[in-house]
Design a binder for this molecule. Structure first.
Ligand SMILES: NC(=O)c1ccc[n+]([C@@H]2O[C@H](COP(=O)([O-])OP(=O)(O)OC[C@H]3O[C@@H](n4cnc5c(N)ncnc54)[C@H](OP(=O)(O)O)[C@@H]3O)[C@@H](O)[C@H]2O)c1
Length: 279
């Protein structure tokens, strides 16, 4: 049996911290998740981020001591159980699932290990965490909340899908299929949690200029179509949450392109994707 490895850092909660709304960001130790963590911090939230890499966590603890960190491999059942126990101490109002694992483009078929990990991070851990978090939000938020202007301040579950998940075609990659399943799952949770006044928002992003995407492209991802900055992605995501959108697809240019592709006859689309992806 694998030994659980969860490590907690900077998790002491002062009374000042306790009075702030709390957001948990799964996959918040780098890229878009970290950018969202910094944005919430600037808006006065208490932040807890989760990631598996001890190097990233150590760096983050030094650079951002006001962000609490939890080290956990969310694909490991034991570690995930311990993570849930740790997080139960937080009466969080928002959980954002940013964790993901992707490759540059599909060049060939995945080996057994990569295939299992792809499914585990992008779909199985997401489902387990959404199932647990929705129960937590029901417990933590028994009363309707309003802000000073009387507007609803419902708790929310948010997940980062991909524009790849918005197109339905037979030749889709495992990553795209996981992200597509995420969109459908989030939609079911949204309906199921409506009577509990819990919002569910799914974000389908086009290319975002993160370090991971750059690393997969020899240090430069600027050739990716309609690539956007992390700051632009964060603004879109925050607005989608504030507007309580079921599915936010951006940037607009990518949305139009994928809509057109989705209307293309499947046989043609399949052929195009074969030519485009199998390099
Ligand atoms: N960048 C893009 O162009 C783009 C486009 C569409 C959608 N997305 C989606 O946006 C999300 C963030 O992407 P990104 O580019 O910002 O990538 P990133 O910097 O690699 O962020 C991924 C995050 O997930 C965490 N993570 C991965 N595996 C984990 C595991 N087993 N256990 C715990 N945490 C784990 C990583 O932490 P550790 O490394 O510490 O584990 C990291 O915090 C992903 O879901 C991705 O699919 C990105």
């Amino acid at each position: 049996m694998q030994t659980a490895n969860i490590k907690v850092s900077s998790l002491s909660q002062s009374s000042n911290e306790l009075s702030k709304p709390c957001v948990v960001i799964i996959g918040g130790t780098s890229g878009i998740g970290l950018a969202l963590a910094k944005k919430h911090l600037a808006l006065g939230w208490q932040i807890v981020v989760v990631g598996s890499s001890s190097e990233k966590i150590q760096r983050l603890n030094k650079e951002q001591p006001r962000i609490s960190t939890l080290q956990c491999d969310i694909t490991d059942d034991n570690e995930r159980r311990q993570l849930f126990e740790q997080l139960e101490g937080y009466k969080f109002e928002r959980l954002i699932y940013c964790a993901g694992w992707y490759l540059n483009e599909r060049t060939s078929y995945l080996n057994q290990q990569d295939s299992a990990y792809m499914l585990a991070v992008n779909l199985q851990a997401f489902q387990a965490i959404f199932a647990w978090a929705s129960e937590q939000l029901k417990i933590n938020n028994r009363h309707n909340k309003t802000d000073l202007n009387g507007n609803d301040q419902n708790p929310s579950l948010v997940c980062l899908s991909s524009i790849a998940g918005t197109i339905n075609y037979p030749y889709a990659s495992l990553y795209a299929k996981c992200k597509r399943a995420m969109i459908v799952t989030a939609s079911a949770y949204r309906l199921a949690l409506k009577p509990f006044n819990i919002n569910v928002n799914c974000i389908a992003l086009g290319y975002v200029d993160t370090q991971t995407l750059r690393d997969l492209n020899h240090g430069d991802a600027s050739h990716k179509p309609f690539i956007m900055t992390q700051a632009a992605a964060v603004e879109h995501i925050m607005k989608a949450i504030a507007d309580n959108l079921e599915l936010a697809v951006f940037p607009k240019s990518m949305r139009y392109l994928t809509r057109a592709l989705d209307k293309t006859p499947k046989r043609v689309l399949n052929w195009v994707m074969h030519k485009r992806l199998d390099k």
